[in-house]
Design a protein around this ligand. Structure first.
Ligand code: NDP
Ligand code: OXD
Length: 312
């Protein structure tokens, strides 16, 4: 039975549900629902998403932080994060499955011209619109990590041509891989449907910008399921409005919830979902948390840790 308490620093989440899942694996673990300075020394484990800057530093006996999602930008935004404390992120088949569904759906949506059909339907217009078969469509995945590679596997079942771009070289069957900023332009030049699954770091912030869009072939589409901070929203609207891009699917935004005044909402060639591409599955996540706590208890190294020098 692990010593110490776990702090659920997730103010807007259903604590009871998550705690119930955790108790299936660690029935006696002391779980706290909010930070309390007076008892901060009890906390050895913390589940967080966007912690109040400075809060984690006030936990003197903290052994590990668990990010509630795959992305850790909300935690890394706290510049006072105590970097000697490991940070684990979600790496999970259920998340990869959900993200693959989102990517396949939106790839098909743009490939099979569903946005054009929807516009025709609004005007009761019958028009047959051809689309190339998938083996003639090139899908380029920016960020070829856990989720990017899972999405590629799902897309390969439909025989799309696949390209992947990452920081370090990769060798994946059936995928043309590119890496580093030196190969970004070549990757973009051969991408008809661009899928962003990058982590948000100082290097990737704003990567979906005017220059990136200009490097894509005429008529390309963009799918951003990573973070709003990757996208320069005005550059996307401009590239669509001048006819260079056919459209975009956006799941994530600079400001969430997306303000009602945002021009993205009403743009006829932009499809919006409300940061819903892939939710962390509470049961699966709690199993991961429990396993890691048990590993730490047994003196084993925790898994799925963030590399602070890379920021993801
Ligand atoms: P991974 O860390 O497994 O993959 C990240 C990929 O991005 C890696 O291939 C990495 O390269 C590459 N990368 C990072 N920085 C650079 C760079 N500067 N240049 C080129 N490539 C780079 O992350 P996941 O696949 O698990 O998750 C990706 C992101 O998806 C999360 O960070 C999160 O923001 C987002 N997400 C969104 C969700 C939603 O519902 N919308 C749900 C879940 C996640 P290398 O492999 O060489 O390190
Ligand atoms: C994540 C997310 O990073 O839900 O997991 O966005």
């Amino acid at each position: 039975m692990p010593q110490g308490a776990l702090l659920f620093d997730l103010p807007n989440f259903p604590h009871d549900t998550w705690t119930t899942h955790l108790r299936r694996f660690l029935p006696d673990l002391d779980v706290r629902a909010s930070f309390d300075e007076a008892t901060a020394k009890d906390i050895m484990y913390c589940v967080a998403w966007k912690p109040q800057p400075g809060m984690l530093r006030k936990l003197p006996n903290l052994k590990i932080v668990f990010s509630m999602g795959a992305g850790v930008d909300g935690i890394m935004a706290d510049t006072t994060y105590p970097r000697h404390i490991p940070l684990a992120r979600v790496v999970d088949d259920t998340l990869a499955q959900a993200m693959s569904e989102y990517v396949v759906f939106n790839t098909l949506y743009w490939h099979r011209r569903m946005n054009d059909f929807a516009a025709l339907q609004r005007e009761s217009k019958w028009r047959q619109l051809p689309a190339p078969r998938a083996p003639f469509v090139r899908v380029g995945i920016l960020g070829f990590g856990v989720l990017g590679q899972a999405a590629a596997r799902a897309l390969s079942a439909l025989n799309y041509q696949l390209l992947g771009w990452s920081a370090t070289p990769k060798n994946v069957d059936g995928v043309r891989t590119f890496h580093g900023s030196g190969q970004l332009h070549a990757f973009l030049g051969e991408t008809d449907i661009l899928v962003c699954l990058l982590p948000l770091t100082p290097d990737t912030r704003g990567i979906l910008n005017e220059k990136t869009f200009a490097a894509l072939p005429n008529g390309a589409c963009v799918i951003n399921a990573a973070r709003g901070g990757h996208l320069v929203e005005g550059d996307l609207i401009a590239a669509i409005d001048r006819g260079h891009l056919r459209g975009a699917s956006l799941d994530v935004f600079n400001t969430e919830p997306l303000p009602a005044t945002s021009p993205l909402w009403s743009h006829p060639k932009i499809v919006i979902t409300s940061h819903s591409a892939a939710f962390t599955d509470p049961a699966s996540f709690m199993r991961q948390v429990a396993t890691t706590i048990q590993r730490i208890d047994q003196g084993l190294p925790p898994e799925n840790l963030v590399d602070f020098t890379r920021g993801y």
